[in-house]
Design a protein around this ligand. Structure first.
Ligand code: FES
Ligand code: FES
Length: 909
């Protein structure tokens, strides 16, 4: 077979049945990505004779006699195609995993297709951006700024990896070649609850290419949690690497290691596994009822399972004041029960990793993780290895959203590498991602609220039942967080919380952007609106009257007030004003038939800028011989933009430009500890450590320059890559040379322990129309105001808000993992799950409050998760405004809305 790739002739022959995607990657074209291998995401897009195709759907032999263009070949002479430049100028990417495919689709569009991007881009999914920055790229907009030395912070600087991302050259987890690589596939349970009585490996080991099969007999017997937190006691020890009992459909049963993926898959199919079926329970209310099947009968409170006999992982109960009495005496009251569903992160890069032993006996793990340091810690404990014998690192990560704050592949990869002594690879399929990683916790939230005749809240009560699935990773912390800021943002003398999280025989839930708040806010923000309506007060004024103000304690009865959370800045009042003004501003009226009902709704969120109980970052900065800087931080970059912000902090503190700062990150071999990229901490915690190191180094540079020039250090300042003392200038390169001659390196380390913490705020507003005859929802206007302190990078921060709103809109309107009566997920594919596509996402107007956080780095606060939180709640309030019906269950799919609309408005033709 002969064909052309990027203008070069090739004559390789694909394996029987091989698709073009894997064939191209085997030929080194790593810009061709896998998001689904089913034709649904577009990450694998290439041009075949100039036409965009999903290469995962094309048999490789079809390239015979044709010309294939991958992102690597889009531009000649190492330059950039205008579309690649446009994506750079607009920064039309975040994690960048979709970008190669997106650019290739965009370059192929003709004028007519450009006029109908909704249709033209329907084959390319981006999970990060919310598509607006991509539309900006197509419109030729420039969103980035150029700045002088020392002026980086607060400006819209581009991501340092941008040029590599648009060329398809940014290395992700699997974009490397390793000699002698073996492949791991996992046999998974078809039963929701069963005991494995025997595994016959004989036929599997007989499959040509199969090297070994590992079962529970080969795995360590130490219990752990897949959740990664700085403090391990935040999660229960309830998981074994390979267990003799399976508790959900999709749980690992055995690992087959083989010379090819196909052989490993065949080996899995050939395993003869016998099970004793155990009774299962899928509903959390049934799970905690007397007589329910017990899912983890042997777990104890020492292992941090609150009540194993009742399938309760964790619970929280507390009250201050007297809610019942307050409700009885209130002028207005509301009670309602709200339910949220199971949704998936759907990061475009699935979980996966590579593991190998280097010659010095170090176990190396390169994986798609948000938490390399915590993963290394877990591996050393589970496998009883010395910390210096394990290295965990990540390259660029293709989206995380909390789903990679877990250890879903690294443990089994480590075991396979240690048992075989060979390098091994495990890359989850999209289906495995759905059935065997983690999801958002579905919750049932009953809210009771009361207010006096003036609209002052008198009582606020939450009763929460959360479903953690078969394992308790993040079960307690998500529950506690969900019952925290959702009500502590309101001043109210009487509050009560009763919250329980239950095991069920379903796929485990875990960390997901917002960490419990989107679920509880859905109920709380509805209650605030309903009280306002009863009292004839506007939703804005109701909130203004009741939200905490600087100086107010932030109280949630489950733990009262955290002692290390302060108002480092306060912009909630501004956010409410900004959204109110924007919603009132004249916008083009939609031309709608009378079947459409129009309404508006808002919701707010407060979010601590760091999770409780410790988040650590250590940073090192060194001046290099050429006057540039080497910056080492531990946190990972997965589209959240921290690698840009950290360099901005250093550039501002050291009077240089970001291009003169080399960044090394997310590698346990790289020095200082970092808890990881979760809890919106990349800017706030690692940023503080970076600022700390940069300011120390600035002091050192001035001291050294003063000594070198015989000047008073008080006269020294840093300016344009130089130290200036007494009007005399010494460049950083000269300082470095001088230091080296004296046997010194000019360097500094910085640290942050994640405390004290501040609070960030967001307010979301929607105007929407709902069709009373069909239940269809159309977003007419979307506005979000954010208090991110001094905004470190307005373009990036806007992207975080746009992306958060888009992801949350998917969850609020249609995303849902559907589990049948037997505990099986029936839609574990993008095609049946419905991620937001270009056409689904309205443009959100993003507005920033003008504040400066005294606790954050250079005045900044976090803004990764919180934009997600108020979206479903604001939509619910807008639907209620439009229809007069309080819809209490997400997603707001037409078939869910329709029955109630029909009941109220009758049959509509
Ligand atoms: S990987 Fe080919 S369309 Fe998703
Ligand atoms: S930037 Fe599009 S999926 Fe991450």
């Amino acid at each position: 077979m002969s064909f052309e790739i990027n203008g070069k002739a090739f004559s390789q022959t694909p394996r029987a049945g091989q698709c073009l995607r894997t064939f191209l990657r085997e030929l080194g074209q790593f810009g061709v990505k896998k998001g689904c291998d089913a034709g649904d995401c577009g990450a694998c897009t290439v041009l075949l004779d100039g036409e965009p195709v999903h290469s995962c759907l094309i048999p490789a032999f079809r390239a015979d006699g044709h010309a294939v263009t991958t992102i690597e070949g889009l531009a000649s002479d190492g330059g950039l195609h205008p579309m690649q430049q446009a994506f750079l100028d607009a920064q039309g990417f975040q994690c960048g995993f979709c970008t190669a495919g997106m650019i290739l689709t965009c370059v192929s569009l003709n004028q007519a297709q450009r006029q109908d991007l909704d249709a033209a881009l329907k084959g390319n999914i981006c999970r990060c951006t919310g598509y607006r920055a991509i539309e900006d790229a197509l419109d030729g907009k420039t969103n980035i700024e150029e700045v002088e030395a020392g002026e980086a912070f607060g400006r819209s600087l581009p991501a340092p990896a941008g040029p590599l991302v648009v060329r398809g050259a940014a290395p992700y987890t699997f974009d490397t070649e390793i000699e002698g690589l073996l492949h791991v596939k996992l046999a998974r349970s078809p039963h929701p609850h069963a005991r494995i009585t025997s595994i016959d490996k004989t036929a599997a080991l007989g499959v040509p290419g199969v090297v070994t099969v590992l079962t529970s007999e080969d795995a360590p017997g130490r219990l752990y949690s897949t959740a990664r937190h700085e403090k391990a006691w935040m999660d229960p020890d309830d998981t074994l690497m390979l267990d003799e009992v399976v508790r959900f459909i999709g749980q690992r049963v055995a690992a087959v290691v083989a010379k090819s993926e196909a052989a490993a898959e065949e080996g899995c199919r050939k395993l003869k596994i016998d099970y004793e079926i155990l009774p299962a329970v899928f509903d959390p209310a049934q799970a905690i009822a007397p007589g329910a099947p017990v899912i983890h009968p042997d777990r104890t409170t020492e292992q941090r399972v609150a009540n194993a006999a009742r399938n309760i992982v964790a619970e929280a109960h507390g009250e201050f004041g007297d809610v019942a009495t307050a409700l009885a005496g209130s002028a207005a009251t509301f009670e309602g029960t709200f339910t949220t569903q199971r949704v998936q992160h759907a990061a475009l890069e699935t979980h996966g990793g590579l593991a190998w032993l280097s010659e010095d006996g170090v176990l190396n793990i390169r994986s798609s993780t948000q938490v390399p340091f915590l993963t290394r810690r877990a591996l050393t404990e589970i496998l009883n290895l010395a910390p210096d014998k394990v290295r965990v690192f990540c390259e660029r990560v293709g989206g995380g959203f909390g789903g990679k704050q877990e250890m879903f592949v690294e443990d089994i990869l480590a075991l396979c590498a240690l048992k075989t002594g060979r390098p091994v690879k495990l890359e989850l399929t999209r289906e495995e991602q759905f059935i065997a990683t983690s999801t958002r916790h579905p919750m049932r939230v009953t809210v009771k609220a009361g207010a006096d005749k003036d609209g002052n809240l008198t009582a606020l009560q939450l009763d929460v039942l959360s479903n953690t699935g078969a394992y308790g990773n993040h079960a307690g912390p998500v529950l506690f967080h969900g019952c925290g800021e959702s009500i502590s943002v309101y001043r109210c003398p009487n509050k009560k919380v009763d919250a329980v999280v239950a095991y069920t025989n379903t796929v485990p839930a875990g960390a997901f952007r917002g960490y419990g708040l989107p679920q509880t806010l859905f109920a709380v923000e509805a209650a605030i609106d309903e009280l306002a309506k009863q009292l004839g007060i506007s939703p804005y004024d109701m909130r203004r009257r009741n939200v905490v103000k600087p100086g107010d304690p932030m109280l949630s009865p489950q733990g009262y007030g955290a002692t290390d959370v302060f108002y480092g800045s306060y912009g909630l009042d501004q956010c409410l004003d900004l959204v109110e003004r924007a919603m009132q501003a004249e916008t083009q009226k939609a031309d709608l038939s009378p079947d459409w009902l129009v309404g508006e709704g808002i919701a707010l969120t407060m979010m601590d800028t760091v999770p409780p109980d410790g988040h650590i970052a250590d940073t090192t900065i060194a001046l290099c011989d050429d006057g540039t800087f080497d910056l080492a931080v531990g946190t990972a970059e997965f589209g959240n933009g921290t690698s840009t912000v950290h360099r901005q902090i250093v550039a501002s503190a050291l009077a240089t430009t970001v291009d003169r700062i080399r960044l090394r990150q997310s590698d346990t071999a790289n020095g200082g500890h970092d808890t990881g990229a979760y809890g919106s901490t990349g800017t706030f915690v690692a940023g503080r450590a970076t600022q700390n190191a940069a300011e120390k180094l600035a002091g050192e540079l001035k001291t050294f320059a003063a000594a070198a020039m015989g000047a008073d250090v008080a006269t020294c300042k840093l300016e344009n890559d130089s130290a200036v003392c007494d009007g005399r200038r010494l460049s950083y390169a000269a300082l470095a040379t001088s230091a080296r001659q004296q046997g010194m390196t000019l360097a500094a380390t910085g640290n942050s322990g994640g405390t004290p913490r501040s609070v960030a705020f967001n307010v979301q507003g929607f105007r929407l129309a709902v069709n009373k005859g069909t239940g269809q929802v159309m977003i007419l206007k979307s506005v979000q105001a954010a208090d991110a302190g001094r905004v470190a990078n307005p373009m990036q921060c806007r992207g975080q808000v746009e992306g958060g709103v888009a992801q949350s809109l998917g969850a609020a309107l249609y995303e849902e993992m559907i589990i049948d009566d037997g505990g099986r997920i029936i839609n574990p594919r993008f095609r049946d799950y419905h991620l937001p596509q270009f056409a689904d996402v309205p443009r959100t107007e993003v507005l920033f409050a003008d504040t400066y956080d005294t606790l954050g780095p250079m005045g900044a606060k976090s803004m990764s998760e919180s934009p997600y939180n108020p979206v479903a709640a604001a939509l619910g309030n807008a639907l209620a405004d439009a229809t007069g019906i309080r819809f209490t269950s997400v997603p707001f799919k037409p078939d869910r809305l329709f029955p109630l609309l029909k009941e109220k408005f009758g049959e509509t033709p």
